[in-house]
Design a protein around this ligand. Structure first.
Ligand SMILES: Cc1cc2nc3c(=O)[nH]c(=O)nc-3n(C[C@H](O)[C@H](O)[C@H](O)COP(=O)(O)OP(=O)(O)OC[C@H]3O[C@@H](n4cnc5c(N)ncnc54)[C@H](O)[C@@H]3O)c2cc1C
Length: 462
């Protein structure tokens, strides 16, 4: 199955022809389930550390079918948890290490792409978060002050007054913006398809249309094992890299909650539009509403724009029809036109996909050496750089288990989030939080004061 028709898949240079499915038994060092960023970066980073490893990637559709081929293309240093929450859970030193590693991760991801010759439109132009009300301006200014107290360097996050913000990007009604240099925009499908090709050149075997139906940890002298309809693999380590699809695997229903993020893309905009709108350095952009939105100027001068708002589906089900939601698509278009009223033409593409949220909102990288089982994921909407950093941690853990590295000492490594509640509590809690976020935005827009619903959102989910 191909992913939904998106701007990203339609602008790939070559049509995607599926690779062969697994049709026999293999004995390998590492078997990876899932051909998205996590699976493919893990294979790439394992090969960097030990080129002799025999690695197989098993993908149920085609590489990039999941969120990795469909996302907003923000390669940012963002983390699903707020700074204060990270510090209270893991302490100040761990927070500092994480912040440094994520900021550095944006740059090293770009360098890695350049080194491998992957042209994924990577441009590190930073990110702008616009304040479109006095309330948002106060909140963002406070965030900059808090960042200073937490040891962020001056250039890591700055407040731009209205005039300075307009020099970078002109969004209707903006009173100012924060700017951080730690974000690049990229073309996610070019990245994930390019990564698959690089891995193949390095000798990684990739099988597509190969859904893993069974995973078994090693016992005594028998290796860990995975099975597909057409074959099986014995491996020293099996890595699960299935993110939003994880609940569809046996025994993993409550591991993460699949949430759906939806996107639209405009027609290419004229030179005149961009002269007016700015974003000359391909800064990614959002505003400070509770219900997350995200935009980027693409290489062909369109706007790719997305946001949350789609409901969570009972029982953590993941179905292709959830990738579309006419109400959310119209809301996205209306929001984009509100931000950039001179937008030319209609919406050219609409699509969406599942991401994964852990119960405590923390990503995790886990290795069970005894059973030969490993996994990485739970990045919520921040998986582009996080998957790269997580893959580096996994590669270190699998190739040098006794050595502590900059990656393996990060707080999400060997962190196990508690499982989600049983239904119907999971459905009630998550949809209440999503509802509270848009309610809070409406109340704040009307009353210009902080909404209590906004604070409930955090409490419901942590
Ligand atoms: C619309 C959208 C916008 C987003 N925007 C951003 C953004 O701008 N910035 C950001 O940082 N993050 C963003 N994210 C999140 C980010 O895309 C993900 O966190 C990241 O791509 C996860 O990569 P992954 O490889 O772990 O998972 P995925 O890319 O989902 O890959 C998992 C793969 O596993 C395969 N699979 C599942 N089950 C099986 C099985 N049983 N057997 C074999 N294969 C299986 C799937 O087919 C899939 O290809 C966005 C997500 C979405 C949906």
């Amino acid at each position: 199955m191909q992913p939904p028709a998106s701007l990203w898949w339609s602008s790939l240079e070559l049509p995607v022809a599926p690779r062969a499915a697994l049709g026999r038994h293999l004995d390998v060092d590492v078997a990876i389930i899932g051909g998205g960023f996590t699976g493919l970066w893990t294979a790439r980073e394992l090969k960097r550390r030990d080129p002799s490893l025999r690695i197989v990637v098993l993908e149920k559709e085609v590489c990039g079918f999941g969120a990795s081929g469909r996302n907003g293309g923000w390669a940012s240093a963002f983390y699903p948890l707020g700074d204060e929450a990270i510090i209270s859970r893991h302490g100040r030193a761990a927070f500092d290490r994480l912040r440094r590693q994520l900021q550095q991760g944006v740059r090293t991801l770009g360098q890695s792409l350049a080194g491998d010759g992957i042209d994924a439109d990577f441009v590190q132009g930073g990110t702008l978060d616009f304040a479109r009300s006095e309330l948002q301006a106060r909140r963002l200014q406070q965030r900059v002050r808090d960042a200073r107290e937490l040891g962020y360097a001056l250039e890591d996050l700055v407040w731009l007054e209205e005039r300075e913000a307009r020099e970078r990007g002109r969004v209707a009604g903006a009173l100012g913006a924060t700017y951080s240099p730690h974000c690049a925009r990229l073309h996610p499908a070019r990245l994930v398809r390019g990564l698959a090709e690089v891995n193949e050149r390095l000798g990684v075997e990739i099988y597509e249309n190969s859904r893993v139906t069974r995973v078994m940890g090693s016992k005594g002298t028998s290796a860990a094992e995975v099975a597909t309809a057409g074959g099986s693999v014995h491996a020293r380590f099996v890595v699960r890299a299935t993110e939003g699809f994880t609940p569809t695997l046996a025994g993993e229903r409550r591991r993460v909650a699949p949430l759906f993020s939806l996107m639209i893309a405009s027609e290419p905009q004229s030179r005149g539009f961009w002269d007016e709108a700015g974003f000359g350095h391909y800064e990614t952009f959002a505003d400070d509403r509770h219900l997350i939105i995200y935009g980027q100027r693409t290489r062909d001068d369109r706007i790719a724009f997305g946001g949350r708002g789609a409901p969570y589906h009972f029982g953590s089900t993941v179905e292709p029809r959830f990738d579309e939601n006419p109400k959310v698509f119209s809301l996205l278009e209306a929001t984009l036109r509100e931000l950039l009223p001179h937008l030319e033409g209609g919406v050219a593409y609409r699509w969406g996909g599942p991401l994964a949220m852990a119960r405590d909102q923390s990503p995790s990288v886990l290795v069970d050496y005894e059973r030969g089982l490993a996994s990485a994921g739970g990045y919520t909407g921040d998986g582009v750089v996080m998957s790269y950093v997580a893959a580096n941690a996994l590669a270190d853990l699998l190739t040098a288990p006794d050595v502590t590295t900059d990656y393996t000492s990060l707080p999400f490594v060997q962190h196990r989030s508690r499982p989600w509640e049983y239904e119907p509590f999971r459905w009630l809690g998550i949809n209440a939080a999503l509802g509270a976020a848009s309610w809070a935005d409406r109340v704040e827009a009307r009353n210009q004061r902080e909404s209590r619903a906004g604070r409930w959102v955090e409490r419901l989910l942590t």
